[in-house]
Structure formats: structure tokens, C-alpha cells
Design a protein around this ligand. Structure first.
Ligand code: MOS
Length: 762
């Protein structure tokens, strides 16, 4: 009796697997939210406030109502049955807690004050422009200096030791302020909603990063039972965090559709993206560091301001990474929230960490220069062995190896630290580095796997794929466990009718879906093997299910059984070929075997709670500086990440590449500018709001250390959606200093800053 090695499909975990939904997107088959159309569908266009602060004195829809195709103009006086959401609840929120049209108050430019519904989009747009509004104006506050107008108390967190005392006695002190501007999410696909009622039930197609929470919110704002709401978000042209919560246009579409008894479509155009659906708030961060003269950190103070809107509290948690990135006995982080007349802020890729680490990592780079130390050496010397903020060991931290690997990649040992001292091809080059971290967790998830009699496998989970590769990850797990080829695995996501799955946020989907999909597949396979053994007529009839397995999509005998069951065909080698799983189902007259798996959250897991769970990484950036024409280009970025085991090297690397591109964008281009008179974002379009284009891109290189973190899940995978954006900006500004001698502490870097460079020729 020889044991036989099963065919190894498990190798697909960790491989570079192309996205299974790729062809649907590239051929235009994938339908995004606004691609949905229904008989009788009408178009809604929001009317926006043209002042930044004040109130509506009068709103006259008369002229608009008489225009061709107009069905209704809905506003404060006639929009019915719209409620506020419960503030700050865990399972979904409305990004703006104020319900649309709830009063006449205006708190930001572009606020929706009415909505026009018409037969065509053009008719609705034209009529929206004809709604006559008079205002009582007040002066909006969009001042960029966030220390102005702050009247509350600073909130202190993570305090340990006595940082003020340590700073007053430290031989070397750094004290600088770092500023990041308002950055606006600009995914390719803008927000939009289609709402269709069928009696008391509503189906909402929205470009949402979290359909399950969205359903909760819509049930509340519409005042209908949870069960009556279905939210669908099958394909998303990315979100970057701007689509985590529901926004008011969805309320307007669903309420208008109910009131008018017609399917309604509403879209947020590119200009509205800058005012109505969130942004990364401006931050102003003072960092004070104290060190011994031989370069050991003794004190960190991180005191920051974060901007929010007039009506909603949103904190960009800039100090989240500060307590554990470095070993330091004395530390405090304080937060001050400052109100401005802007729309509600929202999480944006790496919220808190990205601006926070721009400040902290820039300060570390500057302190190293003050100490006459290599910034790499400084980091190695001050690396934290355990999380000194939570006083817990890290589940898995290989940041030093990230630094050393990145240094090796760029050739850091050949770096000469003098400003303007490195040259190549007639250009000055500069090198800089920055560290990154992002938290990990295992959030709850439910998924089902069904082995179907037609030979296909269906996987179902309500979580969504925001372009990150989630569809493919589910299929990889099923393939690894069953050997069924990827083209026979159908993954269904982004629909509240499916088993509850997590919001696509916090870089936590991968670690959440792996346990659920694994258990579901294991369970389904287990049931299949029992059926194979129990079904008369099955070649495995009478075998012990534990002697069977699934490989290549077929039920096989792991070993040739000693006692052959009644139906075994004498002499047939079932270890070699077995029987396709669908044939087993047919023999048993079963249409499909379904099983559900659940992921147990790390915050309820006593073992996981004993660890600090984080991913780590770094970027090494190179810039080229042509002083004669003041031209700066980011030429190379080497990114090295310790994000646990990487499940899909292709989509994983894509995450870091895309994040590095966004990091370049943040450092060199992005800045939402508000007109102080009206509080209007004056560069709210793609001609004036600059983002990285292909021509701006450096050569990008991504390395994963690939150490499994088995505290997070049995695959050892953490998450990589957001971390890649952290650490890019401080690496680039350090490289810019190295090349030009100009230290930029307020992003983005402007040509005006660089004109002060004294490095005059290459
Ligand atoms: Mo991320 S900002 O949680 O989409």
C-alpha cells in the first residue's frame, strides 16, 4: 500500500496570479454602479450651494420646474422621510451626519441644497442651473494655518515618561513643523448611485467600499427595515477610502426614487468630488525630538492639528505610528481638531499614517543630519524591539531587514552625504529614505463555497473588490484546496444578499477572507467526501471518508484501500485518476454542496491580543535635480515591505506600486486650494489639480520580505493596501534636501521652494 503525493495546487498561494476579473474589465463587460439602467429610469442632478457659509434666504424652484423633462425639484420643503443616522456606530456610518436639506444652514461650498429629477441627464443639469437661490452670507473660514481658530482642548494620547523634561535636557534637539495640504480622493470612477424600488424594497447600486455598512445606513436614513434594503457594488474603479461611508447623494437618489416612484440615477461629477465626498484633511504637525550626542532617542513629542468640517468630527490620527516605530522612553502625542468651512473629511489611503509619518520620518531624517549620522544607521540604532506604546511584543517585525534590503538595492553604501555631492549624467542626484507602518487585524467575515453539479465552484461573500484583487484571492484559496482550475471558479462579491463580509478598508480584507474561505472550502470538501463514500454506485462507496481527498477537482483515494467496497471497480487505480467532483454529485443526485466559513476576529482572540499587530516597510527614493533649469524629477524608488506572507505577488506588488505613485503625487503635486471668499475648491478639476501621470513616474521596484505572521491568520498574511503610501514623502523630501540643500516641510514641494537651492550647477 503506497501513499501517493497529491497534486500540489497549494503553490498558487503566493504565486503571481493575474486578476480573474481582469478580462471583464478590459472588455467592458464589468458593470459599475452607474452602468445599471432600468425601464423608466430618470436622472437626478444636485443643486449646490454657491456660498461657503451662511443660510438660504429663499429657494425658488419655479423656473426649473417648468423646464422640459423636469419631473420634480426636491428641496427642504418637499423632500420626504429622510432621517439622520445614529452617530459613530461601528457597523456603517454616513460620512456627513447632517441629513440632506435638514435645515437652511450652509457650512461649505457645494453643499447640496436641492435635487432636480428629469427624464434625461441634460434636462436635469439644465434645470439644476435654473433653481434660484438667495443667501444670507457669512464669511467662511478656510484659513490654511490650523493654529488659527482653535479653541478646544488638545487631546493627549500615548504619554509615557516625561518628554518635556527629557527635551529640556537633551544634548541634541530638533523642533520643526510639518504641513500636509488637503488632498482629494480622485479615483477613476467617481461616486454615483442608482436606486430602484420594488414595493417596499429598494436596491441601491453604489460605488461603495462597504455594502454591509451601507445597507445599515440606508435603512436608517430611509426609515425602512434593514431587510428591505439591498446594496450592490460589484466593480469599483477604486476608492482610496473615500467610498468607505455612504455620502448624501445616495440618500437623495433613494429618497427621490421612492417619492417619485421611478428608478433614479445620480452621479457625482469631478468638480463635486472636491467638495461633497470627502478629502484627506490638512494637518500641521510639530515634532520635537531629543537625542543623546551619540544618537540615541530620548524624547518624542508629536503635537498636531487636523482640520475637519463645521458639523462633523474627523481626526486624521497622525500620531498612530509614533509610539512604536522607535525605542524611546519619553513620549507624548497630542491632537487638536480645527473646524473649517469644508465638506466632511474622510479616510484616505493610509489615514493618519501617511501624513503622520511624513512628519515623524522627516524629523528623524533631519535629526540624523544634526547628529552627523547616516539616517539608516540612526534607524538601526533606535529600532524598537517591542511596542513600547502598548507594551506588547510585535507579532512579527522585520523593519531592520527592510531598511538593510532597501539600502542594498539602491547601493546606499556609496552614498556621499554632502548636499549636491552626488552626480550622474550631468544631473545632481539625491537619495533619501523613509519608514512605514500600518496596523494589522483579522476582522470578522463570512463566506460560502459551493461545489456545483455543473463542475463549477461558486464562492460568495458580501465584501467587495475595489481593484485590489479580492476576487482573485478567493479563487486562489479554492484552487489551492481543491485543484479546480481558476476558470471554473465563480466568485460573487459586493452584494448584501451574500454572506456578510468586511468593508474594503484598513487593509484588512485579505486577512479577513482567508480563514472564512478556507473553512468554507474545507467544509464543502469534507461533505463531498462523505457523499462519495455514502452514495451507492459511487466508486468510493464504503470507503472511509478520511481515506479520500480532492485533487485536480476530482475525488481520489489517498491510498488504495485494502478492503474494496461493494462498488469499487476491481483493479481501477483511484489514487491516480479518481472521479470529477461533479460526477460524484450526479451519482448522488445533488445539485450542489455548500458550506459556510467564518473568520474569528483578532480583537476577540486572546492569543492575538497579546501582540502588537503591524506591517512595516520603507522606501528609498532617488531624485534628479537639474539646477540650471530648476527641474526636479523623482527617478527611482525602492520599496521593501514586511507585510506578512504575500498571497498574490502580482496584485500585492501592484498595491505597493500604486501606493508609491500616490506618494509621489502627494509629495510633488496634490493640493486642494480653497478660495477664501467663497470657500470653493478653485482647482477642483483635473486640469488644475495635479496628480502623477505616467510621464512623472520613477522606476519603481518592490520587494516583499514574505515572513508569515501566524498570529494574524494561518496563512500568515497581513494587508498591503495602504502601507505603501506611507514613507514615500519623507524619502523624497530627504532626497530633495540631499540634492538641493532645500528642506521642504510643507507639501507639496513647489518650484518656488527649489529656486532657493544654492546648488547651482551639476
Ligand atoms: Mo482605506 S483609507 O481604509 O480605504
Amino acid at each position: 500500500m503506497a501513499t501517493q503525493t497529491l497534486p500540489n495546487a497549494a503553490g498558487i498561494i503566493g504565486a503571481a496570479v493575474p486578476r480573474i476579473d481582469g478580462p471583464l474589465k478590459t472588455t467592458g463587460v464589468a458593470r459599475y454602479s452607474l452602468d445599471h439602467d432600468f425601464p423608466g429610469l430618470v436622472h437626478a442632478v444636485a443643486v449646490q450651494s454657491t456660498i461657503g457659509k451662511g443660510s438660504i434666504r429663499s429657494l425658488d424652484p419655479g423656473a426649473a420646474e417648468k423646464m422640459p423633462g423636469v419631473i420634480a425639484v426636491l428641496h427642504r420643503a418637499n423632500l420626504k422621510n429622510v432621517y439622520r443616522t445614529i452617530p459613530r456606530q461601528q457597523d456603517g456610518s454616513m460620512a456627513e451626519s447632517r441629513a440632506p436639506f435638514q435645515d437652511d444652514k450652509i457650512t461649505y461650498w457645494g453643499q447640496y441644497i436641492a435635487v432636480v429629477v428629469a427624464e434625461t441627464l441634460e434636462q436635469a443639469k439644465a434645470a439644476a442651473g435654473a433653481v434660484h437661490v438667495e443667501y444670507d452670507r457669512e464669511t467662511p473660514d478656510v484659513r490654511s494655518d490650523l493654529s488659527l481658530g482653535f479653541s478646544g482642548n488638545r487631546e493627549s494620547s500615548w504619554k509615557r515618561g516625561d518628554p518635556d523634561q527629557a527635551l529640556s535636557t537633551a544634548p541634541v534637539v530638533l523642533d520643526e513643523v510639518y504641513v500636509t495640504p488637503i488632498e482629494t480622493h480622485n479615483p477613476m470612477e467617481m461616486h454615483g448611485t442608482v436606486a430602484v424600488w420594488d414595493g417596499d424594497n429598494v436596491t441601491i447600486y453604489d460605488s461603495s467600499q462597504g455594502v454591509v455598512g451601507f445597507r445599515t445606513v440606508m435603512a436608517e436614513v430611509l426609515g425602512v427595515p434593514h431587510e428591505n434594503v439591498r446594496v450592490i457594488s460589484r466593480f469599483i474603479g477604486s476608492g482610496f477610502g473615500g467610498k468607505l461611508s455612504a455620502w448624501p447623494q445616495a440618500t437623495l437618489a433613494a429618497a427621490a426614487a421612492r417619492q417619485l416612484n421611478r428608478p433614479v440615477k445620480i452621479s457625482v461629477d469631478r468638480r463635486m468630488m472636491f467638495s461633497n465626498v470627502g478629502h484627506r484633511p490638512r494637518t500641521q504637525q510639530r515634532i520635537r525630538l531629543g537625542a543623546t550626542s551619540d544618537g540615541k532617542l530620548t524624547a518624542i513629542r508629536h503635537d498636531f492639528y487636523t482640520e475637519t468640517s463645521e458639523l462633523d468630527d474627523f481626526v486624521e490620527h497622525c500620531g498612530e505610528q509614533t509610539p512604536f516605530l522607535y525605542s524611546c522612553p519619553n513620549l507624548e502625542v497630542t491632537t487638536a481638531m480645527v473646524r473649517r468651512n469644508v465638506g466632511a473629511p474622510a479616510p484616505m489611503r493610509g489615514p493618519g499614517a501617511v501624513p503622520g509619518l511624513f512628519a515623524l520620518e522627516s524629523a528623524i531624517n533631519e535629526l540624523a543630519i544634526k547628529l552627523n549620522m547616516d539616517p539608516l544607521e540612526f534607524r538601526l540604532k533606535n529600532d524598537a524591539e517591542r511596542d513600547e506604546g502598548k507594551n506588547l511584543p510585535f507579532s512579527s517585525r522585520h523593519l531592520k531587514e527592510c531598511y538593510l534590503t532597501g539600502a542594498e538595492k539602491i547601493g546606499w553604501k556609496n552614498r556621499t552625504p554632502g548636499v549636491g555631492s552626488m552626480k550622474r549624467d550631468g544631473k545632481v542626484i539625491g537619495w533619501g529614505m523613509g519608514g512605514a507602518s500600518w496596523s494589522a487585524a483579522r476582522v470578522p467575515c463570512t463566506a460560502s463555497v459551493e461545489l456545483c453539479a455543473n463542475g463549477r465552484v461558486c464562492v460568495r461573500c458580501a465584501t467587495q473588490d475595489i481593484g485590489t484583487g479580492t476576487y482573485t484571492l478567493f479563487a486562489q484559496v479554492v484552487h489551492a484546496k481543491t485543484g479546480v482550475p481558476l476558470d471554473r471558479i465563480d466568485v460573487f462579491l459586493g452584494d448584501t444578499n451574500l454572506p456578510d463580509g468586511p468593508t474594503s478598508g484598513g487593509s484588512m480584507v485579505t486577512s479577513a477572507i482567508l480563514p472564512a474561505s478556507t473553512y468554507a472550502t474545507d467544509q464543502a470538501v469534507d461533505r463531498l467526501l462523505h457523499i462519495a463514500a455514502l452514495t451507492p454506485g459511487s466508486p468510493f462507496h464504503g470507503a472511509h471518508p478520511e481515506s479520500l481527498a480532492v485533487a485536480d477537482g476530482r475525488v481520489i483515494a489517498k491510498v488504495q484501500p485494502k478492503v474494496v467496497g461493494a462498488a469499487y471497480h476491481a483493479g481501477e487505480d483511484l489514487t491516480a485518476n479518481g472521479l470529477p467532483f461533479e460526477d460524484v454529485l450526479k451519482l448522488a443526485n445533488i445539485s450542489g454542496i455548500s458550506a459556510t466559513g467564518r473568520t474569528f476576529p483578532s480583537f476577540e482572540d486572546p492569543k492575538a491580543k497579546q501582540y502588537s499587530l503591524h506591517s512595516f516597510g520603507c522606501h528609498f527614493a532617488e531624485v534628479e535635480w537639474e539646477p540650471e533649469i530648476a527641474r526636479l524629477r523623482v527617478s527611482r524608488i525602492f520599496s521593501v515591505f514586511d507585510a506578512g506572507r504575500i498571497i498574490n505577488k502580482k496584485s500585492g506588488a501592484n498595491q505597493i506600486l500604486g501606493a508609491a505613485v500616490m506618494g509621489v503625487s502627494m509629495t510633488l503635486f496634490e493640493d486642494t486650494v480653497h478660495d477664501p471668499r467663497t470657500a470653493q475648491p478653485i482647482n477642483g478639476n483635473f486640469a488644475d489639480y495635479l496628480v502623477t501621470t505616467c510621464a512623472d513616474l520613477p522606476d519603481l521596484d518592490v520587494t516583499f520580505l514574505d515572513y508569515p505572521d501566524l498570529i494574524v491568520n494561518e496563512y500568515g498574511a497581513r494587508g498591503i493596501g495602504e502601507i505603501g503610501m506611507a514613507g514615500v514623502a519623507p524619502a523624497i523630501t530627504a532626497a530633495v534636501y540631499h540634492a538641493t540643500g532645500v528642506r521642504v516641510r510643507e507639501l507639496p514641494i513647489r518650484i518656488e521652494d527649489l529656486l532657493q537651492s544654492k546648488v547651482l550647477e551639476a
